[in-house]
Design a protein around this ligand. Structure first.
Ligand code: HEM
Length: 525
């Protein structure tokens, strides 16, 4: 009996309490939306694949319906697989469906004090950041960026002419360069430019550590936070990522300040933020991060969508032909399409909407957290429930879209929302054309900027090139095998040929690049 010292008794008692708590917490709440059966402690964690979870969530729709309730350890999670739920919850009840889940690694270790707008909880801190971002990304501010978008797109075309095999990096450079110039007033002329490389390096590390499975599930099982750093390599990695991000974002902000002092004004977002810093009440850390996060949020997302469009064209020559004849009817070969043409390119707009539907960049959605108990459609959703608007499932809903797995831009010519005949086609339904940008109060504030970039680049690409499959018949369209993993997906590199349509087109674009040099020089040095 003397083996049971008081200390061991307490430890044993605490252990039993912890296990009992975990077992109870992993049970499904009463009246929770249906979902697969749970196991004690882990809930449904063991049923989720490590990769492309959105596909599993979509598959479960057949068995459990369009709203699925899951237990991830103690966490209550709901997957919204129909636009109707997203509209009713995120869009109509935004005041309680707009927070973010606890994120110990991203939110506490790497970006503490709500500096990261994407991860920040719904509250006063997030509101200040959101207001600042919306002011920067309002319609007229965004449309004022057309000249730099046009110039960078022109350079991208010339890079594709000179080095077509490097297309993947040229497209990725484009989106980063536009944001670098618009936010920090700097150029990223090459993919190898130090700032472009530094951004991708920091971002790749950040997204990798946030991927499920990259670190233990600390948010589901908070006691894991107590593991000391020498036993938890992910803690060291998080500390290093924080240092790397801060160093980059602070340096970019310092350089903007220097340029202001040297009277080199570009009109970039950071200049405006610095001017309004006092009124906004933001400290240096929040300012630097705001700029950095705009770059993070706008780079890979835009590039991935453009790459998906190119991938689709390699298999759909009929779409390329139609898009070319539309662009040709406006431009001929004497000039490439520019921002003034965008609103006249109706078919190309259908191509953009279809690309966003067909291959949403954040297919599983970015989680929203419910901040009060709620009842919906006969279900009970407890405060703290984490909800995902599964853009993949929403846009592959066979009841809404005909042959949803196929790339068919024409569906958007026939119906504003790309839906089957007879489906809702009125604005009164408050349906969104795309759920690829999320919904509700957290909806992507960069949508207009992104869509301007997409339209401009798509128009210029089809104007200059015949885009044909490369060796082996082109790329792999399958989202399972042809796309990268992670919460943001992109096509893997695929074989493609960019064949200029005529010498006249080539001559025109090279001349246009010459004319862009004066604009570029404002962002250089
Ligand atoms: C094709 C390009 C893009 C896609 C597909 C995309 C998608 C998304 C999605 C799905 C969200 C989360 C929405 C939600 O929680 O419901 C988001 C948030 C956000 N996006 Fe975008 N985005 C794109 C481009 C951009 C650009 C160009 C910028 C700005 C330069 C930007 C800035 C942001 C910011 C700041 C947030 C966080 C908003 C918040 O949490 O309040 N995005 N985006």
């Amino acid at each position: 009996m003397d083996h049971f010292s008081p200390v061991w008794s307490v430890v044993a008692f605490l252990f039993i309490v912890l296990v009992a708590q975990s077992v109870i917490a992993s049970r499904r709440p009463q009246n929770f939306p249906p979902g697969p059966p749970v196991l004690a402690v882990v809930g449904n964690l063991h049923q989720l694949p490590r990769r492309k979870t959105f596909l599993k969530h979509h598959e479960w729709t057949k068995k459990y319906g369009s709203m699925i309730g899951l237990k991830l350890g103690p966490a209550n999670v709901v997957i919204l697989n129909s636009y109707k739920h997203v509209k009713e919850l995120f869009d109509k009840k935004g005041s309680i469906y707009s927070s973010r889940p606890d994120n110990y690694i991203g939110g506490d270790l790497i970006c503490p004090n709500d500096v990261h707008i994407l991860l920040a909880q719904h509250g006063p801190g997030w509101r200040v950041l959101r207001k600042a971002v919306q002011a920067l990304l309002n319609v007229s501010a965004v449309d004022a960026l057309f000249p730099i978008q046009n110039a960078e797109a022109t350079q991208t075309l010339c890079q594709l002419l000179d080095d077509p095999d490097g297309y993947y990096d040229h497209i990725r450079r484009y989106s980063t360069a536009v944001i670098l110039a618009s936010v920090f007033g700097q150029r990223g002329a090459e993919f190898d430019s130090p700032k472009v490389q530094a951004l991708y390096h920091a971002q790749d590390r950040f997204t990798a550590i946030l991927e499920p499975g990259a670190a233990p599930p600390v948010d589901a099982f908070p006691f894991l936070k107590l593991i000391p750093e020498f036993l938890a390599p992910w803690k060291k990695e998080a500390r290093e990522i924080r240092q790397e991000q801060r160093a980059l974002y602070f340096e970019l902000m310092r350089e903007t300040k220097e340029r202001i002092n040297d009277q080199k004004i570009t009109g970039c977002f950071m200049e405006r933020l610095l001017r309004d810093q006092e009124r906004l009440g933001l400290d240096d850390e929040h300012m630097a991060y705001l700029g950095g996060i705009l770059m993070e949020a706008g780079s890979d997302t835009t590039a991935s969508t453009l790459l998906s469009f190119i991938l689709a064209l390699t298999k759909h020559p009929e779409v390329l032909e139609k898009a070319q004849s539309e662009v040709d009817s406006i431009c001929g070969s004497d000039r490439s399409p520019t921002y003034a043409d965008i609103e006249n390119l109706k078919y190309l707009k259908c191509c953009m909407d279809e690309t966003l539907r067909w291959r949403p960049v954040a297919p599983g959605g970015i989680p929203h957290t419910l901040t009060e108990d709620d009842h919906y459609a006969g279900y009970f959703l407890p405060k703290g429930t984490i909800l995902f608007a599964n853009a993949w499932a929403i846009h592959n809903d066979e009841n809404e879209y005909e042959s949803p797995e196929k790339f068919i831009p024409e569906r958007f010519c026939d119906n504003k929302f790309g839906c089957r005949p007879g489906k809702v086609d009125t604005l009164e339904d408050h349906r969104r054309i795309t759920y690829g940008f999320g919904a509700g109060r957290r909806v992507c504030p960069g949508q207009r900027l992104a869509e301007n970039s997409l339209m401009l680049n798509m128009a210029k690409l089809v104007w200059l090139f015949n885009i044909l499959p490369g060796s082996g018949g082109g790329g792999d369209l399958s989202v399972e095998t042809g796309y990268t993993d992670g919460f943001l997906i992109a096509p893997k590199k695929f074989p493609v040929q960019f064949i200029p349509r005529s010498d006249a087109h080539v001559e025109t674009i090279r001349e246009e690049l010459q004319q862009c040099q004066a604009l570029f020089s404002r962002y250089e040095g």
